[in-house]
Design a protein around this ligand. Sequence first.
Ligand code: NDP
Length: 246
Amino acid sequence: MLKGKKAVVTGGSRGIGRAIALKFAENGADLAIIATRESEAALETIKELTSYGITARLYVCDIKDADQVDSVAKEIIADFGAIDILVNNAGITRDNLLANFKTMDIDSVIDVNLKGCIYVTKAFIRNFVMHKKGSIINISSVVGLMGNKGQTNYAASKAGIVGFTKAVAREYGRKNIRCNAIAPGYITTKMTAMLSDAQTEEMKKMIPLGKLGSPEDVADLALFLGSEGSKYITGEVIKVDGGMYV
Ligand code: NDP
């Protein structure tokens, strides 16, 4: 479905980003992965990606630093040429009750999740415009749509991504650039591994399908949004949450 396409995935070293990158590679796309460091997980992901016979490279960049983002985007464009798909997936949580937040807990979540997404999109947008094509996929969260106790900072960052997605869709639709968001529910990754068994059981009660999702469930939708099958879809926010927020 993506043969010959070139994709950039932020936070592609592990979790949902890794699953998306693998799904894209399986479907023939070349991959530029952005992560904060050359971790074992990141290097393992690159090895697995290249086993599909595609080109895959790791780029180290802290997406909350606009200068780093600009220079890594230039490097990626120099290495890959025209980019077809950008997945803004990198994200963090710093959960606490609002009254107990340290300023840093608020700033870091907004800086990585929201400002990082804007910086990365801005760094690639001219490349998309120049080549009159592009699919941007932003990973939001159901928490950005429904809120969640203990995650006011995170919910704000993910709701911000929804507004950003719709504005980009309006601003760049005429240039044949699409921008959509995915709002996952509870997905089994390192991010949710910190939940206790009791919390996980409580969670399942709120999910009509009765189970947590897998990174592959999110990757299946990302593949659709990155491919031609979704060519008339833009500005959408699509949930992958087992019905948690119907
Ligand atoms: P993980 O914690 O497993 O992975 C996070 C990824 O983001 C890693 O690759 C990490 O890189 C990268 N990253 C973190 N900070 C930065 C930064 N400053 N600059 C560059 N890369 C960074 O997360 P998940 O896979 O669980 O989540 C992926 C996305 O999906 C996030 O945006 C998250 O908010 C969202 N989401 C997740 C849900 C879930 O239930 N898991 C539910 C809803 C949304 P490194 O390996 O170098 O640290």
